[in-house]
Design a binder for this molecule. Structure first.
Ligand code: SF4
Length: 189
C-alpha cells in the first residue's frame, strides 16, 4: 500500500468504549488493508488495500482530542503495520496524551523486527507500543478462553521490556489487568 504522509486508510470511524480490544475502555482505530488473509478472519472487509476510506491524520488527531473516559488506544484492522508511518504519528500523539497503546498485527514480532532492518519506521512504531498482539489468526488454534486474542499462537508481548531485554517478554496478564482495569475512580451519576 502506498503511504501518504497526510492520510491514513481506515476501515471505519474511530470506535470508542470498546472493552474487548485490550484492558479498560478503549478507542479502536480500524486500519484498512491486510494481506494475511487468515482463514475465518472476522474482518475480511478490511483486507482490500484500496478499500475503506482515506482520512486525514490531522482529523484522527482531532477526534482523539475529543475522547473522554478512555483508558487506551488500540490499533487493529486490517493490519496497522501496512501503514506504519501513519500509525506511528497517531501512536506518538496518543502516547503524549497519556494513553497506553495496544496494536494487533498478523505479523510476528520477529517479522516486524526483520522489516525494521529495512525501514526504521517499524522500530519507531514499536517504541510507542505498550502491548503487541502478534501473529496471524489460526483457526485450528482458536481458543475462546484466551485474553484479548483469538488463537493460541498469538502472543501478548510487552514491547518495551522486549526491546530493552532483547528477547520476547510476554505480558504478565494478571498483574497488568489489575493495574489497568481498576485504576479509574468510580463515577457517580
Ligand atoms: S491478520 Fe487479522 S485482519 Fe488480517 S486476515 Fe488475519 S485475522 Fe484478518
Amino acid at each position: 500500500m502506498q503511504q501518504n504522509s497526510k492520510y491514513i486508510r481506515l476501515a471505519a470511524d474511530l470506535q470508542s468504549d470498546s472493552i474487548v480490544d485490550g484492558p479498560g475502555l478503549r478507542t479502536v482505530i480500524w486500519t484498512q488493508g491486510c494481506l494475511h488473509h487468515c482463514k475465518e478472519c472476522q474482518n475480511p472487509q478490511t483486507w482490500d488495500m484500496e478499500g475503506g476510506g482515506l482520512v486525514l491524520i490531522s482529523d484522527v488527531l482531532d477526534a482523539i482530542d475529543e475522547l473522554e473516559f478512555q483508558d487506551g488506544i488500540t490499533f487493529s484492522g486490517g493490519d496497522p503495520m501496512y501503514q506504519v508511518e501513519a500509525c506511528n504519528i497517531i501512536a506518538k500523539y496518543c502516547k503524549k496524551k497519556g494513553y497506553n497503546i495496544w496494536v494487533y498485527t498478523g505479523f510476528t514480532y520477529e517479522e516486524v523486527m526483520k522489516m525494521a532492518k529495512k525501514n526504521k519506521a517499524y522500530l519507531d512504531f514499536l517504541k510507542n507500543i505498550d502491548i503487541l498482539v502478534d501473529g496471524r489468526f489460526e483457526i485450528d488454534k482458536r481458543d475462546l478462553n484466551l485474553l484479548f486474542r483469538g488463537s493460541k499462537n498469538q502472543r501478548l508481548i510487552d514491547v518495551q521490556k522486549t526491546l530493552k531485554e532483547k528477547k520476547i517478554v510476554l505480558l504478565d496478564e494478571k498483574e497488568y489487568m489489575e493495574e489497568h482495569m481498576f485504576k479509574r475512580e468510580p463515577m457517580y451519576i
